[in-house]
Write a protein that binds this ligand. Structure first.
Ligand code: AP5
Length: 197
């Protein structure tokens, strides 16, 4: 199996690049943001609990994230691997992911962290607000999201640096150019770990 986490602040391009990686390597795609938004759209109990938090730009509690992610991982046995987008976002979530993958006799193979300056993040998200309907793409909420990232999510990188699977990737430039940078690291990982997809 090949298991990848795509990491980076709001607007770094995680969703854009994830979809291309999932297609190239034929992975199961798990985006906690997308799952939460569909729980909200369906009006589920979990969605109701997450609505206000997402609207304000905060992080949804780890207990809710475990509930939405556990079954999706453990029941997905017949796949090449997983691409996690926007998860793990806290140290607790990193430990939870480790435990779930261990139950499947596998582990995270690489963490790809997209690096983009904050002025560019803001302008990408404000541009998206003109085209798409994401309630959290307002100036005020973007500031909260970036702060949450700096204080709670950025430290997760150290967890993976210690495991020597962390890769910082320049996230500025054309989408295809960034994709090439990401696939270069994924291909190296496949070779180094003797993974055959
Ligand atoms: P989530 O949906 O994960 O959003 P996010 O992390 O804020 O990231 P975005 O989707 O805004 O950006 P992205 O990095 O995917 O970039 P994208 O490719 O879209 O989370 C939303 C909320 O859910 C969180 O705030 C939290 O409340 C909750 N949540 C989710 N997961 C959680 C978890 N694990 N724990 C707790 N809470 C959780 O690109 C952005 C824009 O830039 C697009 O318009 C795109 O077209 C454009 N773009 C992309 N690449 C480029 C490029 N190279 N050049 C120029 N523009 C580009």
């Amino acid at each position: 199996m090949l298991n990848i986490a795509l990491f980076g602040p709001p607007g770094a391009g995680k969703g854009t690049q994830s979809k291309m990686l999932v297609e190239k390597y034929n992975l199961a795609y798990i985006s906690t943001g997308d799952i939460l938004r569909s729980e909200i759209a369906e009006g589920t109990e979990l969605g109701l609990q997450a609505t206000d938090i997402i609207k304000r730009g905060g992080l949804v509690p780890d207990e809710i994230i475990v509930q939405i992610i556990e079954e999706r991982i453990l029941t997905n046995t017949d796949v090449n691997g997983f691409l996690f987008d926007g998860f793990p976002r806290t140290i607790v979530q990193a430990y939870i992911l480790e435990g779930l993958l261990l139950k499947m006799n596998t582990k995270l193979d690489c963490m790809l962290s997209l690096q983009v300056p904050s002025d560019q993040l803001r302008s990408r998200l404000l541009d998206r607000a003109k085209k798409e309907d994401r309630e959290d793409d307002t100036e005020e909420v973007i500031s909260v999201r970036l702060k949450e990232y700096d204080t709670k999510t950025a430290p997760v990188a150290n967890f993976y640096k210690e495991k020597e699977i962390y890769h910082g990737i320049e996230g500025m430039g054309g989408i295809d150019q960034i994709f090439e940078r990401l696939t270069a690291i994924v291909d190296q990982t496949l070779q180094k770990s003797w993974i055959n997809l």
